[in-house]
Ligand binder design. Structure first.
Ligand SMILES: Nc1ncnc2c1ncn2[C@@H]1O[C@H](COP(=O)(O)OP(=O)(O)OP(=O)(O)O)[C@@H](O)[C@H]1O
Ligand SMILES: [Mg+2]
Length: 390
């Protein structure tokens, strides 16, 4: 597991080390650097997939091999001038600024990818790609969950109800990737829906069976009681279809399937989150932006329970959220011993003096209580109540 992410001169951060746990919540004001954290990890993954992070043979000079690919399938960060922190720090007396993304793992290994600044380039060339404590070629190719198959990155902007969804064998089946917008979720479900969710915290007690599809349905029923869903292939076309049923008991049409466009927005929007969590394995790294989007408050809290269950099954999840229900859902999971307090981290991002990104990290106790509530950290309820009662 990655237990610390380090960034230097990367977008909102000059120099920062962010502790990560099996479940990490990134909370705080808009434009305070939360997505930047997820983007840094996605940038490494994207550069890895392009073959740029790890030398593939020993003749390659690890000091000057590869680079970071700023524009790709996962993130489109622009060019060097977009990414370089505007108030950058010079290190080691180098004349030009460096940008670095690195992490430390629980087993103590740490890796860092440092690139040179090039204003107009969307691939920043390596300054020195190295394992901080192990010189190449000892660096294993698959040295972190970041580079394993179970990687998912679901951004805030996800699939919406539609009549069809893409059917990419390569993405959904080959890579097991749901897509940054969850666009391959339906095809993934169509292909892997009969797979078994292993015994453990992810299994929903009310599910009809242990298959992924039945477990997805059970968790979706937490959002909308009685709902069920199916993923269909459309013969002869490179698309798949999703349909919902509502198990009504009155009228002739109670068993009628409904297309997503005739069903509420929130179900389809949350589906990729549910599928990502339920298909998590021990090696998964799952990055989620706003799993609460378009869900009613209880549904938001249940998404936190699902996130906690995925982490308790061994996956690592980093979740950006604006929802106090997600925060409280995680606190309740801790209190109910679904996950250990020490397996959670909650960061509050805010703007410090001089507009600098600043992170406060309240600690969670075994009872789900937090050690501090900095100003602006989910205190709007109290603030509104004070005004109402005044
Ligand atoms: N090159 C840069 N140098 C300095 N700051 C930058 C740079 N690029 C982006 N930023 C800052 O990073 C912030 C954007 O951060 P980010 O997208 O991570 O926000 P966020 O916390 O996820 O917000 P939201 O809650 O709205 O999703 C903005 O304040 C922006 O000014
Ligand atoms: Mg964001």
């Amino acid at each position: 597991m990655i237990n610390e992410l380090r960034l230097l001169n990367f977008k909102a951060f000059r120099s920062v080390a962010i502790p990560l746990a099996p479940v990490t919540l990134l909370t705080g004001l808009n434009s305070s650097g939360k997505s930047t954290v997820l983007q840094a990890l996605a940038l490494l993954r994207q550069s890895f997939e392009a073959g740029m992070t790890h030398p593939t043979d020993e003749t390659m000079d690890p000091e000057h091999f590869g680079g970071l690919m700023l524009d790709g399938d996962l993130v489109e960060l622009g060019t060097g001038q977009d990414v370089l922190h505007e108030d950058f720090e010079l290190v080691d007396l180098t004349p030009d600024p460096l940008i670095s993304v690195g992490y430390r793992m629980t087993d103590g290994r740490s890796h860092e990818w440092t690139v040179q600044y090039a204003a107009e380039q969307d691939v920043l060339p390596a300054k020195g790609f190295h394992a901080a404590d192990e010189p190449f070629p000892e660096v294993e190719r698959h040295d972190a969950p970041l580079f394993f198959a179970g990687f998912q990155y679901l951004k805030a902007d996800r699939i919406v109800p539609a009549t069809t969804y893409p059917r990419s064998h390569r993405e959904a089946v080959g890579r097991g990737f749901l897509g940054p917008r969850g666009e391959h979720t339906i095809n993934f479900l169509r292909h892997y829906g009969q797979g078994i969710v292993p015994e453990g915290p992810l299994r929903h007690p009310e599910a009809r069976a242990h298959t992924l599809l039945d477990q997805v349905v059970a968790w979706m029923q937490e959002l909308c009681p009685g709902v069920n869903l199916e993923a269909h292939e459309i013969p002869g076309v490179d698309s798949v279809r999703l349909s919902y049923g509502f198990g009504g008991t009155t009228g002739l049409d109670s068993s009628r399937r409904r297309r997503p466009t005739n069903v509420g927005f929130g179900l389809t929007y949350a589906l990729p989150i549910v599928v990502a969590c339920l298909s998590a394995t021990r090696d998964s790294l799952i990055l989620l932006e706003n799993p609460e989007a378009h869900l009613h408050p209880r549904g938001q809290s249940r998404m936190a329970a699902l996130v906690a269950a995925a982490a308790a099954s061994g996956a690592q999840l980093i979740v950006e959220t604006h929802s106090d229900h997600v925060l409280n859902g995680l606190r309740i999971a801790v209190k109910n011993k679904r996950i250990a307090a020490s397996d959670t981290a909650v960061h509050f991002f805010r703007r410090g003096g001089g507009d600098k990104a600043e992170i406060v990290t309240p600690r969670m106790g075994d009872d789900g209580m937090l050690s501090e509530w900095p100003d602006g950290f989910f205190d709007e309820w109290e603030s509104s109540l004070d005004q109402l009662l005044d």
